[in-house]
Design a protein around this ligand. Structure first.
Ligand code: MLT
Length: 252
């Protein structure tokens, strides 16, 4: 591993330059109180959501289950899902940002049911008022969209209830640019971000990347490292039952 940053590189509460405090949920099972949440599932659900809106989908309806997504099948909606990194039968699209980038959304709604990422968006939308969707694709835009005060929670989707290296890395990349008061979890994320010189190294070191390579979807790992190539930040507009609709803020 590359060298971790010296502890002095991490800003502490007494060094905070703003009224913003930052915490991190390493999984979506326990989301701390906050005013704003940024949900991260860089491999691949939040990258897919960001790419879907960039490709012209009008909104993305995040679901907890495949059944919930199937029930939402209507004209004007496109169903996408993933289990074990593969597209389940009956769904038009999988959870691949590369695939979504080659699709024309045409204002339709993408209905997305993934294993960890889309349920994490639903959980965050049920727990926190303002929910942003973060990834490396929209890193600059995400940092710019975070309010300068209040309590920020970065929600790492994780994998099967355990922390995922790549999500913690992206959380740290966001947090290191905020100049905020940091919880211990936030400091851990910043240390992880500082341990990798190149985003691809961080993503590729993860178990989720190995699963993508094993299923011949390694191209998505490269795509998800295309840092700040998308200048938009999807935001949860509303929750309906066990789903949350995310869109660009002006489309609310
Ligand atoms: C998930 O939500 O678990 C993921 O995004 C998995 C994947 O890479 O498809």
């Amino acid at each position: 591993l590359p060298e971790a940053p010296a502890p002095s590189a991490v800003r502490g509460p007494d060094q905070s330059a703003s009224g913003l405090s930052v915490d991190v949920a390493f999984t979506a099972s326990q989301i701390p109180r906050g005013d704003t949440a940024v949900v991260v599932d860089v491999l691949r659900a939040t990258s897919t959501i960001v790419q879907a809106l960039a490709a012209g989908f009008g909104s993305v309806r995040c679901c907890r289950t495949l059944e919930a997504a199937r029930d939402l099948d209507r004209p004007g909606r496109v169903l996408a899902a993933e289990r074990d990194c593969r597209r389940p039968p009956g769904f038009k699209l999988g959870n691949s940002p590369v695939e979504i980038a080659g699709t024309s959304g045409g204002g339709d709604q993408l209905v997305l049911a993934t294993t960890n990422g889309s349920p994490a968006v639903v959980s965050a939308a049920q727990a926190v008022d303002k929910v942003l969707i973060g990834s490396l694709l929209n890193l600059d835009a995400t940092v710019a969209a975070i309010p300068s005060s209040g309590r920020l929670v970065v929600v790492c989707s994780g994998t099967a209830g355990a922390p995922a290296l790549e999500d913690v890395y992206v959380a740290g990349r966001i947090i290191e640019r905020l100049g905020a008061e940091l919880s211990d979890s936030a400091r851990i994320a910043v240390c992880v971000a500082g341990a990798y010189g190149d985003p691809r190294d961080a993503l590729a070191a993860s178990a989720d990347a190995r699963q993508l390579i094993a299923t011949q979807q390694g191209c998505d790992i490269d795509w998800c490292t295309r840092e700040s190539t998308v200048d938009l930040v999807p935001e949860a507009a509303f929750s309906v039952g066990d789903a949350a609709v995310v869109a660009l803020p002006n489309d609310k």
